[in-house]
Design a binder for this molecule. Structure first.
Ligand code: GUN
Ligand code: FE
Length: 460
């Protein structure tokens, strides 16, 4: 076996995953066999008929990697909404509402990606950092620039991160500054089409590691001609779509005034609500919008931290799940200030608990909140892994046969973290919950994508 790379080999250790919403599966001392293409071939646990035989065979062939005590495996994290280009302003510029923030800070920063050298420096640092933070799949917004956006896709392919990359489409001169927009709809469509072809040429196979995404920034940034053209481009190319949807009071009001409908209705009208379209935020969606999202097979990237700054509301997550909508989690860098998707899971739990209990102590308890909205650690982890993967329609997010081995090795006990495993005291379920709530990026010893180690620290 090549180092800790289980491709064509096996890994032995306790693994946790949440294959279905709220359902934790503990795979105690599991033997996970990975084929030469990075697919999980077989997961077996002690007591199953093939376990001992496969374990012996892997050992004899020198293809077994065994996790030490206090270490375990979890699926890699799926970040369903992240602006790669906003990495340099992470942790700042959060003092204004969305519409001011875009014009004052974000468009001027994104305009700098006309410089491809600058783009490469930022994107290399970001992709490397995210792999150390356990993000094995990312759905990226780059910028309007074709060349710099392609650089992001190339860096993901070279570093081995599973990624869906979007060249942002934004042509409306009323909403975007001249130095940060497509010249017009025709040019935007030609560039989006060329970008799709360029990214598709980077990776082959039936599950390419890096794929293009059609990316209208949000309805206010785009002319109707561009929105319709992108809908047709999606139909023609089969490419996935991502955009922002019903994010804030201002944004929802703008779309209603200019387009005469909700974001979902307008996107649908232009052919942009399709299977695996990912809609960031959706804070203000109606029940009809949710039915439309679900019927079309689209899904939501819930970004709880960014919502606290920009949304004027908290996404009705439970309600969306009960409508059958696909949902995952996003960091929304830099509207959210953390690159760590488990922080998004924790923030998702926190805001759901505020929704559930309510926030105004002057109200009577029974009038204060929306009981039933609280999210469990298992559900939050499911959103961060399998939920996000299903929203994208990618075979990741679970440690099971037929899925790609995209995984993290977690170790307890470092002084930089509160994550502890107490032998004889910590049950498996508690161990899992501690990881969801306490793990830091420093506790991630190995990150695998497609069966390959793409980030490692310390002793394995
Ligand atoms: N809406 C349009 N552009 C953006 C963006 O960059 N971030 C967020 N959070 N919302 C947006
Ligand atoms: Fe965003």
């Amino acid at each position: 076996m090549d180092g800790d790379d289980p491709r064509g080999g096996a890994i032995l250790g306790t693994a946790f995953h949440t294959p279905e919403q709220g359902h934790l599966e503990v795979l105690k001392d599991a033997l996970i066999l990975v084929d030469g293409e990075g697919w999980i071939e077989r997961v077996s646990v002690p007591g199953q008929p093939d376990y001992e035989r496969r374990l012996r065979a892997a050992r004899q062939q020198g293809r077994l990697s065994t996790l030490p005590t206090g270490h375990c495996l979890i699926p890699g994290l799926v970040d369903l909404h992240i602006h790669a280009s906003q990495w340099p302003q992470l942790g700042g510029a959060l003092d204004d509402p969305l519409e001011v923030w875009l014009q004052k800070y974000t468009f001027p920063l994104e305009a700098e990606y006309a410089n491809v050298d600058f783009a490469r420096r930022v994107y290399q640092d970001l992709v490397d950092t995210l792999l150390h933070h356990g993000t094995t799949t990312a759905l990226y917004f780059a910028t309007v620039h074709r060349e710099a956006s392609l650089a992001l896709a190339e860096i993901c392919a070279v570093r081995g991160q599973r990624a869906l990359v979007g060249k942002v489409a934004m042509d409306d001169p009323r909403a975007n500054p001249d130095n940060c927009r497509d010249a017009d709809a025709t040019r935007a469509l030609a560039d989006s089409r060329a970008f799709i072809e360029d990214v598709r040429a980077l990776c082959d196979g039936d599950t390419p590691l890096v794929q293009p995404v059609i990316t209208p920034r949000f309805i206010p940034s785009c002319t109707p001609a561009l929105l319709s053209g992108l809908g047709r481009l999606a139909e023609e190319t089969g490419c996935r779509i991502q955009t922002h949807c019903s994010e804030s009071d201002w944004e929802v009001g703008y779309v209603r005034a200019e387009h005469g409908g909700t974001d979902c209705q307008v996107l649908h009208r232009h052919g942009l609500l399709r299977e695996h379209t990912v809609l960031a935020h959706c804070n203000f969606v109606s029940d009809d919008d949710l039915r439309l999202i679900t019927a079309q097979g689209a899904g939501v990237a819930h970004c709880p931290l960014s919502n606290l700054y920009f949304a004027n509301a908290v996404f009705p997550l439970r309600h969306a799940l009960e409508h059958g909508a696909r949902v995952g989690l996003g960091t929304d860098i830099s509207g959210g200030y953390s690159p760590f998707l488990l922080d998004s899971a924790r923030q998702g739990i926190a805001v759901s608990r505020l929704r559930s209990s309510g926030v105004d102590p002057t109200l009577a308890p029974e009038q204060r909140g929306l009981p039933g909205d609280a999210l469990s650690a298992r559900e939050a982890f499911w959103l961060a892994t399998a939920g996000g993967a299903d929203t994208l329609g990618l075979p990741v997010g679970r440690l099971a046969e037929g899925y790609k081995f995209d995984a993290l090795q977690i170790a307890a006990g470092s002084s930089g973290s509160g994550l502890r495993y107490w032998p004889g005291r910590t049950s498996d379920e508690q161990w899992f919950e501690k990881i969801v709530l306490n793990a830091t990026p420093g506790d991630i010893r190995r990150t695998w994508v497609n069966g390959r180690v793409v980030a490692a620290k310390g002793e394995s």
